[in-house]
Design a protein. Structure first.
Length: 352
């Protein structure tokens, strides 16, 4: 049985990377022996429930990198891993400097980052989650196409469990009479959360029955709370949830107004839950979403266009149902564990 060590920075319930690792581990745990090393984040228990060993290292900035390097050096020397799978650039850089202990290194590139060209993405193989990432690796980092393996993210239908009835949860949140617009993810400028609350402000001036539910965490949370308080907006900012599907279930629309987004898990989970999706016309979002076919697209940072897109779905239930059904069909057919996991198994086996 192959031993695979996964290295990631923070394991958070709102992180698509966390769900990516979880889905690989969950669906191959009877074939491979997985282990995780990370910097914490709160969602470690998600992996431990799969009987996977999770080691949490303390990270306090760049000055702690030498101690992390020597820990990994000794740990990999004692434990004979066949594959080291990096999920963050910081670990790609560290593992590139480790001696080879008969293991193979692979890095999944989950995001578009810049700088450190001489030190980045030196693993033996790179996994790209979207065409936009592949192009970024080739054009910006000058990586050979032969080094890159395109394998998209995927979701698992068996994870969809509704533990709180829709009406009960809406009542608990005092949202029974409202139309719910929902955002799930990091509160970060990349995700366009500032664009969303500006659009919601305009929308609320038109329709007092709408509310915005934002589930996540991040550096922009203080700004969001202050903006919503100053403008007296009905925005519910909630911490990450262990069962996000309970919350998807109450949403009328899922919105992802990202400035950069290689291939968001939220988009796939929206399809899994058969909900209408609105996303910005960037990167991996536009690779899957076709406007008015399986979702709505708006130009990134265009507040007025986002308002119009939300209104379009709220006013046209037939359109909302059509795009939701189409996205659901495409996710089930092309991005579910049933159809994709065999490719990951074949890839791991090909490395050794």
């Amino acid at each position: 049985m192959l031993k695979i060590l996964h290295l990631n920075n923070y394991m958070s319930y709102t992180s698509g990377v966390t769900r990516y690792i979880y889905n690989i581990v969950k669906n191959t745990n009877d074939i491979f022996e997985h282990e995780i090393i990370c910097f914490g984040g709160g969602a470690e228990e998600l992996l431990r429930k799969q009987n996977v060993k999770v080691t949490v290292l303390k990270y306090s900035g760049l000055f702690t990198l030498p101690s992390i390097y020597f820990f990994l050096l000794n740990y990999c020397k004692k434990n004979h891993f066949d594959i080291i799978h990096n999920h963050h650039r910081i670990f790609d850089i560290i593992t590139a400097m480790l001696p080879r202990f008969k293991n193979k290194t692979v890095t999944t590139v989950h995001s578009k980052v810049y700088g450190r060209k001489l030190f980045s993405y030196e693993a033996m193989k790179l996994i790209s989650v979207s065409d936009s990432i592949t192009n970024h690796l080739i054009q910006y980092y000058k990586k050979s196409p032969s080094k890159i393996k395109m394998m998209g993210s995927f979701v698992d239908k068996s994870d969809v469990k509704i533990s709180i009835e829709k009406d009960v949860l809406k009542k608990q949140l005092a949202l029974s009479e409202n139309k719910i617009i929902m955002f799930v993810g990091r509160f970060h400028k990349e995700k366009g959360v500032d664009v969303l609350v500006k659009a919601f402000k305009k929308l609320f001036q038109i329709d007092k029955k709408v509310v915005l539910v934002m589930i996540g965490e991040g550096e922009e949370e203080k700004m969001l709370r202050e903006y919503c308080s100053v403008n007296n907006l009905p925005v519910h900012i909630l911490s990450p949830k262990t069962n996000i599907f309970d919350y998807y279930n109450i949403a009328d629309i899922i919105v992802l107004p990202s400035r950069i987004d290689p291939f968001p898990y939220v988009m796939l989970e929206t399809g899994l839950m058969q909900k209408p999706f609105i996303g910005s016309n960037v990167d991996g979002i536009s690779e899957l979403i076709k406007n008015r076919v399986n979702g709505l697209l708006f130009e990134s940072e265009n507040v007025s266009e986002l308002v119009n897109s939300i209104q379009m779905i709220l006013k046209d239930q037939a359109l909302a149902d059509k795009i939701a059904r189409k996205l659901n069909s495409e996710v089930i057919t092309n991005y579910s564990a049933d159809t994709v996991i065999s490719e990951h198994i074949e890839f791991y086996n090909s490395l050794v």
